[in-house]
Ligand binder design. Structure first.
Ligand SMILES: Nc1nc2c(ncn2[C@@H]2O[C@H](COP(=O)(O)OP(=O)(O)O)[C@@H](O)[C@H]2O)c(=O)[nH]1
Ligand SMILES: [Mg+2]
Length: 626
């Protein structure tokens, strides 16, 4: 079973005890991490490990300050699986508690626990009253049916109970989907001495592995994930929901900024105009007017822009969902379904939140026709629904598509005729874009493998599939592999997969020395030294000797007599030719010795090698040519 990764967030009014509770739960003082520590790749501001066993890993995020909370919640929304709403027993629900509740609603957070802190500050009789007050306030929120846990974070009273409640809640929760193209909205960019550029953020979807080639959007920069860290430790791979620091090669700190998005494929949309569905906060202080400047928080980006209505000129108070458009001043990276929050720049307040219906909005006319069109897009066209199902399921048989899209079979079948769809088997369908993504992925991985193992024929298929198999069904991977071979992008030799144009070779730095060495072996003829001495005399380092030896043998440039003695291939062929010329259909050791004048030390292994290579066959004391 795959391990599951969860992150819980702390929400609540300032001074209600979020940081103290985080410390009581994790022993990490998230407030005390100083600036200099922040530069260290291994320490993450506000993130603390809470619990880990073979099954799950849980981290807590506690961010200082109200503004940072909003930013963090949006950036991490795909990563936050449970929110602890902290309410101090002596104060009850306060304005920021309400604002956080609203933001959590906009972001679609579904799981919560209420922690009533500072229980030591109120009398026992009062506690029931406090609880009831909080209950009234939390009605109709995600915390409506959440458990209430009483704690005193200073004396640790109730902490263990809260902790076990968190663990059991998450154990009963399904793992988010770690499949899909990797996406990580960048939260921080910094440099670490000796390591270069490091970015931090929560993996929004998919997973990434050390060594993988990635793209930074909207800028379109190509980078490589050189090293990955999670909570102080190096990790080979990180998954959706995990907070990670990634050391990138191929890019300078100055080229990146918060709001940029690290992705594994370029199939994400870069846009400035988005059609959205949103809801406004319940106690809007000021009117929201047509084309009013807003600050849009989406992923880790905070972009200024304007709100455009098609059915009104202002919102005063509104409970219903509003369909409208956001025209942004800068490009963002987004896709259908992403959540966002709008805030008023001055005075700063949260206005609304919602989700992206259409990442590629256009200019529309004011009026109900436009609203109807956006409404249609909200439901999605049959093609969009099929595409969405395939993006999630990767490749699906028809009955499953019917189930997931709730569309009739005939309309699915007619849509599937489009070039966007491919059938990989008689009745199993996928998206052309998935095949392209996978082919890119194969090429990246194989090309990286070639760069590390230039002497190997190619990457082992099992190794190539290993990590991808978590994301994609094996049948799909096999299909894409065959497809790549057919299109002459890839080459398959036994279980080894190579780029079509790849030719195995000694690493560039060692080519000349290897040639020298081969020349010397050739000059020495039969009277060779130990093979390792040739390597050493030409200054080829120990750790490469075995690989080069293996390569030269594989390429038939040298032939082994025994473990130590090797001949240059030309010399070996000469020996065979001379022996053949000087003997009839069979010969014995004595004859061979006379013809080749070899010492016994080399003679016996040479003849045995001839048997092995099927030039000859041993019959009693003689060898018979085959
Ligand atoms: N007596 C008592 N004080 C608490 C408790 N939790 C927090 N505090 C105190 O309340 C103050 C604010 O706590 P802090 O964790 O910084 O609040 P935050 O702003 O929500 O992170 C600090 O002085 C804490 O020591 C508690 O359970 N009992
Ligand atoms: Mg705090």
């Amino acid at each position: 079973m795959n391990k599951r990764y969860f992150t819980i967030g702390m929400a609540g009014h300032i001074d209600h005890g979020k940081t103290t509770l985080t410390k009581a739960l994790t022993n990490v003082d998230t407030d005390r991490l100083k600036e200099e520590k922040e530069r260290n790749i291994s320490i993450e501001l506000g993130f603390a490990p809470l619990y880990e066993d073979d099954e799950i890993q849980i981290s807590v995020v506690d961010v200082p300050g109200h503004e940072r909370f909003i930013r963090q919640m949006i950036a991490g929304v795909a990563g936050i699986d449970l929110v602890i709403m902290v309410v101090a027993a002596d104060e009850g629900v306060m304005p920021q508690t309400r604002e956080h509740l609203e933001i959590l609603r906009f972001l679609g957070v579904k799981n919560g626990i209420v922690a009533i802190t500072k229980m030591d500050k109120v009398d026992e009789e009062l506690i029931e009253v406090v609880k009831e007050d909080i209950y009234d306030e939390l009605k109709d929120t995600v915390f409506e049916s959440s458990p209430y846990m009483l704690v005193d974070s200073v004396s640790y009273k109730g902490i263990e109970e809260l902790k076990s409640n968190i663990i059991s809640t998450l154990k009963g929760q399904e793992m988010r989907d770690i499949r899909g193209a990797f996406r990580l909205p960048i939260d921080q960019v910094f440099t670490v001495k000796g390591q270069g550029t490091v970015v931090r953020g929560t993996v929004y979807e998919g997973s990434v592995e050390e060594g993988q080639v990635l793209t930074v959007l909207p800028k379109g920069l190509h980078v490589r994930a050189r090293q990955i860290q999670v909570h102080h430790h190096n990790a080979r791979q990180v998954f959706a929901g995990q907070r990670a620091a990634i050391n990138l090669s191929g890019v300078a700190k100055e080229e990146l900024e918060r709001g940029d998005v690290l992705v594994s494929s370029e199939h994400f949309i870069v846009t400035k105009t988005i059609d959205v569905a949103m809801q406004v906060v319940s106690d809007l202080d000021h009117m929201v007017k047509q084309r009013m400047p807003i600050k849009c928080h989406i992923g880790t980006a905070e972009v200024m822009g304007r709100i455009v209505f098609f059915d009104r000129n202002a919102i005063e108070t509104e409970n219903d969902e509003i369909l409208c458009q956001l025209r942004l001043d800068e490009e963002i990276v987004t896709k259908r379904g992403d959540r966002f929050i709008l805030r008023r720049p001055t005075p700063q307040e949260t206005i609304s939140g919602g989700w992206v219906i259409e990442p590629r909005g256009e200019k529309y006319k004011f009026g109900y026709r436009t609203i109807e069109q956006i409404e249609q897009k909200k439901i999605g066209t049959p093609r969009e629904r099929i595409t969405a199902a395939l993006v999630e399921g990767k490749c699906l048989p028809l009955p499953e598509l019917i189930k997931r899209t709730s569309l009739p079979e005939e309309s699915i079948l007619s849509e599937l005729n489009s070039v966007e769809f491919v059938f990989i088997d008689q009745k199993v369908y996928t998206l052309k874009s998935i095949i392209e993504t996978l082919l890119d992925e194969f090429s990246d991985r194989i090309s990286y493998y070639h760069s590390q193992h230039s002497m190997k024929a190619g990457m082992n298929k099992a190794e190539l599939f290993h990590h991808l198999q978590k994301e994609y069904p094996k049948a799909l991977l096999e299909y894409v592999l065959d497809h790549g071979v057919e299109k002459q992008l890839l080459r398959k030799k036994e279980q080894y997969i190579a780029l079509f144009t790849f030719i195995p070779h000694v690493p560039k730095n060692w080519q000349r020395r290897t040639e020298n060495m081969l020349n010397k072996m050739k000059q020495d003829g039969f009277q060779v030294q130990y093979l390792t001495d040739y390597f050493k005399n030409d200054g080829i380092p120990d750790h490469l000797i075995n690989d080069i030896k293996h390569f030269l043998e594989e390429e038939e440039m040298i032939v082994s007599l025994d473990e130590q003695y090797y001949w240059h291939k030309d010399i070996f062929n000469q020996a065979v030719d001379r022996l053949k010329l000087g003997t009839s259909s069979e010969f014995d050791i004595g004859e061979a010795k006379q013809i080749l004048s070899l010492s016994r030390k080399l003679m016996i292994p040479f003849l045995e090698r001839l048997d092995q290579l099927q030039y000859t066959k041993r019959v009693e004391n003689k060898r018979v040519w085959k």
